[in-house]
Design a protein around this ligand. Structure first.
Ligand code: PLP
Length: 431
């Protein structure tokens, strides 16, 4: 199976190289050369398949023979060893809970699959040591740290903005030790991101260590996110209505994986990209003009992205035609006030507790269903409400129950290195 760069179709790559490099040499995102159509029998029979069997069918074509079946199955088993339930919230609205993994957010799926794949290639080959360098606004760091913990041949360096991630998020990335280092940056997320980008282009560093990224640009993080759309369909199959999914979106990797599943034959008719005040894509759908802008800070901070990297992949899936896109894709934006209101209302009506990201997804779904009542809707609940404790407790005026796995975490000792500029990062990486 080959990938090509979205900047230039001539730049191709196999799976291994795409995983190790992250971005193509021309800075384009890798995209699969062929999109595998799954047979109708697969969807008819999906009720009899377990999570590993479904995931294997879905991803096999994109990995090719580069990871043998038995090793691929081991990686998948570790990736999806938790539940992905749909909980009915209201008539016609369900919540696909993606937070039952170790760091309580959906990013565990992509991070674990990428760690497994990269770990496999390192063990097998002559890649040498690799450093995963990543900036996080909150959830990516924890998922990546957890996914790569203890994997032979990989060091992980995570930059996060001081005092701008929640307490739980900070503990998740600063308490693991081993091959994981947390750098606490005196600045905001954009500063962290800028330093990481600069490091990737700094030959003094890249001559000294092999760097790769672990955000959803990487195909090994992006593609496995399609698994849970198939798991969801297995639970929705008997519903006699058209299906719509609403995905709280930031960098658009998650929704893009759903759209890929749809392209492979998954019977989901429509996707809603639900956004916070960062409304670049919402505006694009209205105006056909793509105007990226600096991100603004919101209470759904994992979606504070002003220029979503994966949107070029979304466009590619719709053959770069705006008319195609509009038929199966909508986008809406909601501010923090509306988001808090939704958390409060849904809790008082149903006792269901949503986190701020899921709440944006809920709002987008509700808006779509108002004018499209012939659909059954599912929104993706991308993080556990406990990760955004203060916001959620203020909205519902009640304490949120803390899962046992988190209680232990809060007692652990934070370990981070403080940095305030690029040279300090560089010195660290050159050690
Ligand atoms: C990362 C994240 C998102 C956004 O996902 P994208 O794939 O970047 O669109 C939404 N919700 C939560 C909780 C996240 O951590």
């Amino acid at each position: 199976m080959n990938y090509f760069s979205l900047n230039n179709r001539e730049h191709t790559s196999n799976f291994e190289n795409a995983v190790v490099r992250g971005l193509a040499p021309d800075k384009g995102l890798y995209f699969p050369d062929k999109i595998k159509k799954l047979p109708a029998s697969f969807f008819q029979n999906i009720g009899n398949l377990d999570r590993t069997e479904i995931s294997f069918e879905a991803i096999k074509a994109y990995v090719g023979d580069e990871i043998p079946d038995s090793a691929l199955i081991d990686i998948i088993n570790e990736t999806v060893d938790f539940e992905f339930p749909i909980v009915d919230v209201k008539k016609n609205i369900g919540s696909l809970e993606l937070f039952h993994g170790p760091t309580l957010a959906f990013k565990d799926v992509g991070a674990r699959f990428m760690a497994g794949s990269l770990g496999y290639f390192i063990k097998k080959g002559n890649l040498g040591k690799i450093t995963v360098l990543v900036a996080t606004s909150g959830d990516t760091g924890g998922a990546v740290a957890n996914g790569f913990l203890g994997i032979e041949g990989i060091d992980v360096v995570i930059l996060y903005p001081k005092a701008k991630v929640s307490e739980i998020q900070e503990k998740q990335l600063t308490t693991l030790g081993q091959n994981i280092t947390a750098l606490e940056v005196d600045g905001n997320f954009d500063d962290c991101q800028a330093m990481v980008k600069k490091a990737f282009l700094d030959s003094e560093i890249t001559d000294h260590r092999k760097l790769t990224s672990a955000n959803s640009i990487n195909v090994a993080r992006w593609l496995p996110q399609m698994f849970y759309y198939f798991f969801a369909y297995k639970q929705l199959k008997e519903i006699d209505k058209k299906l719509v999914f609403s995905v709280p979106s930031g960098n658009f990797g998650n929704i893009c994986a759903g759209l890929l599943a749809r392209e492979m034959g998954l019977p989901i008719d429509h996707f809603v990209a639900s956004n916070n005040a960062n409304d670049t894509v919402t505006n694009y759908l209205e105006t056909e003009e793509y105007n990226p802008k600096p991100s603004v800070q919101t209470i759904s901070n994992a979606m504070d992205v002003g220029d979503p990297s994966n949107f070029v992949r979304v466009l590619k899936l719709f053959k770069d035609k705006h008319a195609n896109l509009k038929e199966h894709f909508s986008a809406y934006s909601f501010d923090d006030e509306k988001t808090k209101q939704a958390i409060k209302e849904v809790y008082s009506e149903t006792k269901y507790v949503m986190d701020p990201h899921g709440a944006v997804g809920y709002l987008g779904l509700k808006k779509f269903l108002e004018s499209n009542p012939e659909y059954h809707g599912t929104f993706l609940e991308t993080a556990h409400p406990v990760k955004f404790l203060e916001t959620v407790e203020a909205a519902i005026k009640k304490k949120v129950e803390i899962p046992d796995s988190i209680k232990g975490l809060m007692d652990k000792q934070k370990k981070s290195l403080q940095i305030s500029n690029y040279d300090e990062l560089k010195n660290y990486l050159l050690q």
